[in-house]
Design a protein around this ligand. Structure first.
Ligand SMILES: CC(C)(COP(=O)(O)OP(=O)(O)OC[C@H]1O[C@@H](n2cnc3c(N)ncnc32)[C@H](O)[C@@H]1OP(=O)(O)O)[C@@H](O)C(=O)NCCC(=O)NCCS
Length: 212
């Protein structure tokens, strides 16, 4: 199962498992990134490489993908999208604004969250669910974290505002490999659903906010 399967066919998805492919940075992208360590440049470039390939798959002309003050990618007019990278995985997903209002994707290693991180990202209700969760093919706490990251990436470009972990109550449905997020903060949506997949090494989550 891959990220491709988590999003509608109207989205273009480019993903790589394993070593990140080398990708050249456009000079405008390099300027937007600024001076950083080589590891950071490599992940940024790998994400931009996927994003450019996804734009091409959507039939859009090649263009540098900028970076906003909030660190979100700046997509060409008429396009929404999202980027994720972590050790052993990188992906980008894009869609025309005629079919999607926003997208959020996230990948995490399928490993337990450190206890102090879990205390920060999960509510008491979510922690109760995690404590009773069925033994499954995935670290549910890591999945919860990834799902909230995907929700944030879809939220931020639409809302223009911060969304804290405490603002989102997540309900995971293992049977349908989906999740629903109830959002307490004022903004563009109060509820959004997403889907998840588990590979041999990673947890993948995706949120597609439909509309146009
Ligand atoms: C921004 C954030 C979501 C990135 O997630 P991450 O798991 O650390 O890292 P990922 O590799 O999956 O994603 C990084 C990419 O997200 C994208 N991104 C960064 N800031 C973003 C934002 N404000 N909005 C949308 N996308 C953003 C970028 O493309 C970035 O990669 P790049 O800088 O190389 O272009 C995370 O660092 C963060 O700030 N989280 C706190 C807010 C939050 O998650 N709240 C949860 C509420 S439910």
């Amino acid at each position: 199962m891959s990220l491709r399967a988590l999003l509608p066919a109207s989205c273009a998805v480019v993903e790589h498992a394993g070593r990140w492919p080398d990708a050249p940075l456009h000079p405008d992208e390099a300027r937007a990134l600024g001076p950083v360590a080589e590891a950071r440049r490599a992940e940024f470039a790998a994400g931009r490489g996927c994003a450019r390939a996804a734009l091409a798959a959507l039939g859009r002309p090649a263009a540098p993908i900028g970076r906003g003050d909030d660190r979100a990618p700046r997509w060409p007019a008429g396009v929404v999208g999202s980027i994720t990278h972590c050790a052993g995985y990188v992906a980008a997903a894009v869609a025309a604004t005629a079919t999607a209002r926003s997208l959020g994707i996230d990948a995490e290693p399928d490993q337990p969250l450190p206890a102090d991180v879990l205390a920060t990202v999960a509510s008491a209700t979510e922690r109760r669910w995690l404590a009773a969760a069925p033994p499954g093919p995935v670290c549910w706490d890591r999945l919860l974290f990834s799902a909230k990251e995907s929700v944030y990436k879809a939220w931020r470009p639409l809302a223009g505002t911060w969304l804290g972990f405490e603002d989102v109550e997540l309900t995971i449905d293992p049977a349908t490999a989906s999740f629903a997020a109830a959002i307490a903060a004022p903004g563009p949506f109060r509820r959004v659903v997403g889907r998840f997949a588990v590979t041999a090494t990673h947890v993948l989550t995706a949120v597609h906010v439909a509309g146009g």
